[in-house]
Design a protein around this ligand. Structure first.
Ligand SMILES: N[C@@H](CCC(=O)N[C@@H](CS)C(=O)NCC(=O)O)C(=O)O
Length: 372
């Protein structure tokens, strides 16, 4: 779906690799077959020329990189940049859901006509008026529910807007000095961020105007991320490489601080909830998700305090899997590089990213998250 958060990540990545692909809407009959293989309704899914099917953005990127088809690896070659980029990937995919949902679903006057046509075109291409209405009512009803499961309720609207304005300001300031997160080319962190920042926040009418009016550099970055060319604009003379010597630009440090303040409490609450849940469910067989539905993605709701509000949000083991990847990548680098990462994260208040963990590891098998 053009409006899908996670499809935006894969799309940007494939474009930057100069890979030509056909984008097939989920309403196409071919997708039903794909759903049988991946075990649930979820996008994006890629089908390679040899018929291999891959679901999940991280697996898709890793699969393309392992196939030798990437011309611009998403993973920085140097250790500190790699870990920092992976943190932005996790935050981009999972930490900006509140503004994404709020600005899509709570501005009906401006958004609804667009969303209706956009959703029906992807979910039920060619549907008549009546069927289109039914399809949109169902899909939008589910997504509005998802919004509250991510903590967007009338009580938090104002805080969501203030938090997003702060994020936009910091990211805009960063992009005034560098075209991508870490220099002259995108890395996994950019691909993580493009999901919410393009699909919802740069594309739906209300947040698109907000972004254009208040954060032109972020808007331009969303265009840059969707272009196969580097689109370096005025940054051209600095070249297409990542910043030298494994350095992290100064302007990223306040953004890391933002993640610590805005999102780390949620990750900590979710980890604590999951450990309690695992303790209460000690007999979950390895290789299963412990839920009645093997495709189910959430194990419950964790309460925590967010910007002065007590909220409760859906706990999804997928996040722990992504967090583990960061911790595994950290464990694999030299002690000297680890020390450099620690200084950056501790200064930002993000040190806990390296230690928060679930008592059972999450794995992905047959396209699904399961407990190890
Ligand atoms: N971790 C997955 C997340 C994919 C995902 O949640 N996709 C959404 C659309 S943006 C979806 O298919 N939702 C359907 C549903 O949950 O029913 C990935 O990165 O590919």
């Amino acid at each position: 779906m053009p409006g899908s958060l996670y499809a935006a990540k894969t799309r940007a990545y494939l474009r930057k690799q100069h890979i030509i692909f056909d984008e097939i809407p989920v309403g196409d009959p071919a997708f039903r077959q794909v759903m049988k293989t991946v075990g649930r309704f979820i996008m994006p899914v890629i089908e390679m020329a040899d018929g291999t099917i891959v679901q999940d953005n991280v697996d898709i990127i890793d699969h393309v990189e392992a196939s030798g088809l990437a011309i611009l690896s998403a993973y920085p070659a140097t250790p500190v940049q790699r870990i920092i980029s992976m943190i932005f990937e996790l935050f981009g995919g999972e930490g900006l859901l509140r503004p994404a949902m709020h600005y899509r679903w709570n501005f009906d006057d401006q958004n609804l006509g667009f969303l209706r046509r956009d959703f029906v075109a992807a979910l039920a291409p060619g549907a008549d008026e009546e069927r289109g209405d039914a399809v949109f009512a169902n899909a939008s009803g589910l997504m509005r529910k998802a919004g509250s499961a991510f903590g967007v309720t009338p009580e938090t609207f104002h805080a969501v807007e203030a938090s997003y304005a702060r994020f936009l300001g910091l990211f805009n300031a960063h992009l005034q000095t560098v075209p991508y997160l870490l220099g002259g080319q995108p890395t996994v962190g950019d691909y993580g961020l493009i999901g919410p920042l393009y699909a919802h926040l740069a594309r739906d009418p209300a947040p698109a105007s907000l972004m254009k009016a208040t954060a032109r550099e972020v808007w331009r970055w969303t265009e840059r991320m969707n272009a196969p060319e580097p689109a370096l604009d005025g940054f051209r003379d600095r070249g297409e490489d990542l910043i030298a010597d494994d350095r992290i630009p100064e302007t990223l440090l306040p953004l890391l601080g933002f993640i610590a303040e805005d999102w780390l409490p949620e990750l900590a609450a979710h980890t604590a909830f999951a450990n309690q849940w695992l303790a209460e469910n000690p007999d979950i067989p390895a290789g299963t998700n412990g839920l009645p539905n093997p495709g189910g993605r959430m194990i419950g709701f964790a309460p925590f305090s967010w910007r002065g509000h007590e909220i409760s949000t859906a706990v999804m083991p997928y996040r722990f899997w992504m967090l583990q990847r960061i911790q595994d990548a950290f464990a694999a680098i030299t002690p000297e590089a680890q020390a450099r990462v620690r200084i950056i994260l501790d200064d930002a208040g993000l040190g806990d990213m390296l230690s928060l963990r679930t008592n059972r590891r999450v794995e992905r098998r047959n396209h699904l998250e399961v407990w190890a």
